[in-house]
Design a protein around this ligand. Sequence first.
Ligand code: GSH
Length: 200
Amino acid sequence: MELYLNATSPYARVARIVLLEKGLADTVTLRWCDPWADDDGLLAVNPVGRIPALVTDDGTTLSESLLIAHYLDTLGGGEPVLPAARLGQTLHLAGLGQGLTDAAFTTIIARKHQGAEADASVLGQRRWRAIQRTLDRLEREVDARPIPAAVTLGEITVAVALDYLTFRLPEVDWPKERPQLTAWHARITEGESFRQTRFA
Ligand SMILES: N[C@@H](CCC(=O)N[C@@H](CS)C(=O)NCC(=O)O)C(=O)O
């Protein structure tokens, strides 16, 4: 298989962490690329031009990080990242994590293309409020839930979103006054799959 990615994409990092958690790292060639430079190799496999894109062994291209994670979960060994017994809770967390990443990522892209005033726009303000509300909800939710032995796609998605905020929007300062979420994040990210895929 081949995975098109870069080192700063939160979406690609989710796919990479799932690869590692499922013991599939050796079955995949990493194709580093710049999706913003209309990379020929990427466009040949994914006309949408976004990463991550996974080319499977039969030559099929999968896009969208959560769909790629779903596919990878059917391969490889180890515990499922989408455990049937906790599917609802896992998908709930994955949705919050993906939404948080979407709001943060769109903020960065809007700043890049429209300048700092993008933050003051109606959409910029909506994104900011979405980030704050989601962080506050996570702070209330994660404390009561025991952390399972194996990390799920929900936890991966939320933890990567928090790391992305630290990386790209440090001014959000998400750990401030969120002690439960801070402790939860530290425990979730202590594994090798998170260490090997740090944003750079
Ligand atoms: N919903 C997609 C988002 C993927 C995405 O937006 N990737 C960014 C990099 S972080 C990208 O490739 N952007 C290039 C573009 O939009 O042209 C997913 O979950 O995979």
